[in-house]
Design a protein. Structure first.
Length: 154
């Protein structure tokens, strides 16, 4: 049986969320989370985290702390970071079909396209669903699943 292609979020988006979730879950006071700790806990290579964390820092989700006990901390409260914001930082605009992206390109068939309205509505519902979840929600889901953390504070 031929394997079908699926619409999916890449590892950049998924791992970007996991990195932020790890930082939120394991923060103890203002102690930064080291890449080595995130890598070990999330089972993601340090090299890949180092590449992804640059994008997260540039987008203003994390800040780096230098020094022996350095690492990364969140710059915003978990409730102020939406899944949509993270995914669009890591992946680009959420668009289920090319004519839905915000690149400014307009499909030449837009005015006569019978499916354009449907795609627009579906795309907006997907974006709204991602926007409805925050990092705080993910932390609470993690904890409600019985997972343990060292310390959690918001």
């Amino acid at each position: 049986m031929k394997k079908r292609k699926v619409m999916k979020i890449s590892t950049k988006g998924r791992y970007g969320l996991r990195i932020l979730l790890d930082i939120a879950l394991y923060r103890v006071g203002d102690k930064p989370r080291m890449i080595r700790e995130i890598a070990s806990n999330q089972e993601i290579s340090e090299k890949y985290i180092s590449r992804l964390i640059i994008e997260l820092r540039k987008a203003g989700f994390v800040r780096s702390v230098r020094g022996v006990n350095g690492g990364y901390t969140l710059t915003r409260k978990p409730e102020d970071i939406s899944v949509l914001d993270v995914l669009e930082t890591m992946e680009g605009p959420v668009a289920i079909v090319d004519c839905m992206n915000s690149s400014g390109e307009v499909c030449r068939r837009k005015s006569q396209c019978p499916t354009q309205r449907m795609w627009t509505e579906i795309n907006q519902k997907i974006r709204s669903a991602f926007a409805a979840y925050t990092l705080k929600d993910l932390v609470e889901l993690y904890i409600s699943n019985g997972e343990t953390v060292l310390d959690y504070c918001i």
